[in-house]
Design a protein around this ligand. Structure first.
Ligand SMILES: C[S@@+](CC[C@H](N)C(=O)[O-])C[C@H]1O[C@@H](n2cnc3c(N)ncnc32)[C@H](O)[C@@H]1O
Length: 267
């Protein structure tokens, strides 16, 4: 049974996805941006995945939305057995169209499910992907624990593009997602130490990857176009975020939000 809060969220995302997949695709993304992005994130995780993945892998995608990541996985790893889940049927029903627009063959089981109550046997998956969705969890420990149960011990959760505040900025935390919350959706932002706590409590060992060049790429369109900047940035082994380096710089109209990729190994 979906509770009222979840139903409100369901309604919010349904409205968002009411436009056609073609329109969404044209206006919001390009195939190249997406495929380059997923490929880079996946390559970064690959060393860890090589040690931990079975082949062929059983892969769960939660909060799959319109299915761009599912399409990418399906197109690039036809040997994977992929299950894509979301609360929203409308999003799931757009998956095949999005895959076609990205030029991929699509093979994924689609399951409508709340991530708090995933209907899979314990340890069913080797790998779980979540793209831009963990911050919609009201109770991250509960939701991450449900995901952890579905992943086998030693399996991996890769969570892409999670907004995170690197240093204490309560005002940013309060304001983040205000509009969406008014419309009924759940939007949260957490400090890195809060994320660590959630993952640990849910039974994951967390590795956070912080890439300064990404901060430039995503938060300032001009970053990668400055000649030599990537080379320069690689010279610095980064153990702190750009927020620690430049805590008061104004990024993209909002202060102190970074997007992290989390690689979490199921204990
Ligand atoms: C910001 S969208 C991201 C969609 C897609 N991953 C992407 O990157 O385009 C967040 C997704 O989480 C889903 N979602 C929110 N709450 C959920 C829940 N409790 N259980 C399952 N999915 C949920 C929404 O329906 C939505 O598709």
């Amino acid at each position: 049974m979906l509770n009222d809060k979840i139903k409100r969220e369901y309604a919010y995302w349904s409205d968002l996805y009411a436009s056609s997949a073609e329109k969404w695709f044209e206006e919001q993304v390009t195939k190249t941006e997406l495929t380059t992005y997923f490929r880079r994130e996946f390559n970064r995780a690959e060393n860890m995945l090589h040690q931990q993945l079975n082949h062929p892998a059983r892969v769960l995608i939660i909060g799959a939305g319109m299915g761009a990541l599912s399409a990418w996985c399906s197109g690039n790893y036809p040997e994977w057995e992929i299950v894509s889940t979301d609360l929203i049927t409308k999003g799931l029903s757009a998956h095949r169209t999005v895959a076609r627009l990205m030029g991929y063959q699509y093979e994924s089981h689609l399951v409508v499910s709340n991530w708090d109550l995933l209907p899979f046997k314990d340890g069913s998956f080797d790998l779980c992907f979540a793209d831009r969705c963990l911050h919609h969890m009201d109770d991250p420990i509960k939701s991450l624990s449900s995901i952890a149960k579905s992943i086998r011990p030693g399996g991996v959760l890769i969570a892409l593009r999670e907004p995170t505040i690197a240093i204490a900025h309560p005002e940013t935390k309060r304001k983040f997602g205000e509009e969406a919350r008014k419309a009924g959706a759940n939007e949260h932002i957490w400090y890195l130490n809060e994320w660590r706590h959630f993952f640990t409590k849910a039974g994951f060992r967390l590795k956070v990857r912080i890439h300064l060049e990404d901060c430039f790429r995503f938060y300032r369109g001009w970053g990668p176009r400055v000649p030599g900047i990537r080379k320069l940035l690689r010279l610095f082994p980064l153990v702190v975020t750009e927020r620690l380096l430049f805590p008061y710089v104004w990024y993209y109209g909002s202060t102190n939000i970074s997007k992290f990729t989390f690689y979490a190994v199921r204990e």
